[in-house]
Design a protein. Structure first.
Length: 243
């Protein structure tokens, strides 16, 4: 396990789950999201994660909340997923041309609502910057192939399963909402960050170096369903998004 950074934020965390789930137009371009290339393989990935989390929860120390236990052990969970056969071929990058552009996408792997665990796991699928810019070299914003610059309303963690993710970090120039760039982190396989709610953090995440192949990452968020997470980010959008 390698953590390049461990962030402890106070009021915010990670990435909006349902960012443009419906088709939109961006500067005249049709936005195409990363896709499930094999739904049956995705279902097997869901079952695999379910079995791993069942084992984790059966060994749970009663002194630690279940969601905290799973979140702080996300790297071990990711390692087990890869060791036990998590199939990255279930996911792919959409074909694009001058009239369209690729966007990252999130697919639900596990929801804790039925087990009263306030945590949800997703697999994120990312088109690489090189893939998008190879077709749209003048595209100046990393959105939609990466996230918008944002902060977060709930706790989370993420781990790379395949490929490379780049994170740009920012800080607010108080009392305005203007931002100052503070640095860059590179995350590779079984590297990532955990947010246990400490100081505010603002960032942007995107993938590099995969050509037409997607980067894949495992994410966990501190609410028990995808619907509740999506609603949480939507309700607080004006607070937590900066572009």
């Amino acid at each position: 396990m390698i953590f390049k950074t461990i962030y402890v934020y106070s009021t915010t965390t990670m990435i909006r789950i349902f960012l443009f789930l419906v088709s939109i137009s961006l500067f005249g371009l049709d936005v195409k999201h990363c896709v499930l290339t094999d739904a049956s393989k995705h279902e097997e990935n869901q079952k695999l994660l379910q079995s791993i989390l069942d084992r984790e929860l059966s060994l749970l120390d009663s002194s630690m909340p279940a969601a905290d236990h799973l979140l702080t052990n996300i790297s071990q969970i990711a390692e087990k997923l890869l060791k036990d056969g998590f199939d990255i071929d279930a996911y792919g990058v959409p074909e694009i041309d001058e009239r369209s552009i690729a966007s990252y996408h999130a697919f639900t792997l596990w929801e804790g609502e039925e087990q009263a665990v306030p945590l949800t796991f997703f697999v994120y699928v990312w088109p690489s910057e090189e893939y998008v810019l190879g077709i749209h070299p003048s595209h100046t914003s990393r959105f939609p192939y990466g996230t918008k610059i944002h902060s977060h309303p709930i706790s989370c963690g993420f781990i790379v399963l395949e490929g490379t993710l780049i994170q740009h970090s920012y800080e607010r120039i108080h009392p305005t909402r203007s931002l100052r760039w503070t640095g860059e982190d590179t995350f590779r396989k079984i590297e990532g960050a955990i947010d246990l709610l400490g100081v505010p953090f603002i960032h942007q995440v995107y993938a590099k170096g995969m050509g037409s192949k997607p980067a894949i990452s495992l994410h966990a968020y501190g609410l028990p369903s995808a619907a509740k997470i999506g609603q949480c980010f939507a309700d607080l959008r004006t607070v937590h998004y900066y572009d």
